[in-house]
Design a protein around this ligand. Structure first.
Ligand SMILES: CC(C)(COP(=O)(O)OP(=O)(O)OC[C@H]1O[C@@H](n2cnc3c(N)ncnc32)[C@H](O)[C@@H]1OP(=O)(O)O)[C@@H](O)C(=O)NCCC(=O)NCCS
Length: 180
């Protein structure tokens, strides 16, 4: 089993991410947002990374990459961080189809949970999955997320509006389950 680590995204990651994203552009069209052609280029990804790091500097996000054998294989991140009475963030992730089915995303999500709790001191994480994205749902369940509803026609991908399951994980309770 190849190890999995995550770290904060860096400007130099843009080229690798452009390569992975453009390779899976068709395969992942059903699951990821529609993007302009520029998004899939090294320059486009360099601009995305700059923007993500600006969000991090403002305390609004923790944008990470998934790494295995010293190679970037995907992204995992916490965005839309809200402080005040919420103390919550939104979890997102993808791993290249070249590295699917080997537990990388599951391990990356476990590491992101630790960052959310120990470094960001969040109380709660949220995530969305399309109804048909069973692999993504399995990953969230394994890490103690509970589903709390379905949002109809919530996400536009591959030419149509898709229903999504909404998920939550309370970080201060290890299992994510309510007591009793
Ligand atoms: C979905 C995605 C993140 C999975 O990544 P991965 O690295 O292959 O995932 P892992 O190997 O860590 O875990 C996959 C889990 O799904 C399960 N799984 C896979 N296919 C499944 C299916 N058809 N039905 C049910 N469970 C399934 C696996 O058994 C595993 O669960 P387990 O660890 O409890 O056995 C990856 O395919 C991806 O990036 N897809 C495109 C983008 C995307 O969908 N992102 C998530 C948006 S919410």
């Amino acid at each position: 089993m190849s190890p999995t680590t995550i770290r904060l995204i860096e400007p130099a990651d843009g080229a690798a991410l452009a390569g992975l994203l453009s390779r899976d552009r068709q395969a992942y069209a059903r699951w990821l947002p529609e993007r302009p052609a520029e998004f899939y280029t090294p320059d486009g990804q360099a601009a995305v990374v700059t923007s993500l790091l600006a969000s991090h500097d403002q305390g609004l996000a923790w944008p990470g990459v998934v790494v295995s054998d010293d190679t970037v294989i995907g992204q995992v991140g916490i965005s839309s961080i809200l402080r005040g009475p919420f103390q919550k963030g939104f979890l997102g992730y993808w791993v290249s189809s070249l590295h699917q089915g080997r537990g990388h995303t599951s391990r990356a999500v476990g590491l992101a949970l630790r960052i959310a709790e120990d470094e960001l001191k969040l109380h709660r994480l949220e995530a969305h999955t399309q109804l048909e994205n069973l692999a993504s749902q399995a990953i969230l369940r394994r890490h103690g997320f509970r589903s709390w509803g379905i949002a109809h026609e919530h996400f536009h991908a591959d030419g149509a509006w898709r229903d999504e399951v909404f998920w939550e994980r309370i970080l201060t309770r290890p299992s994510g389950r309510r007591p009793g």
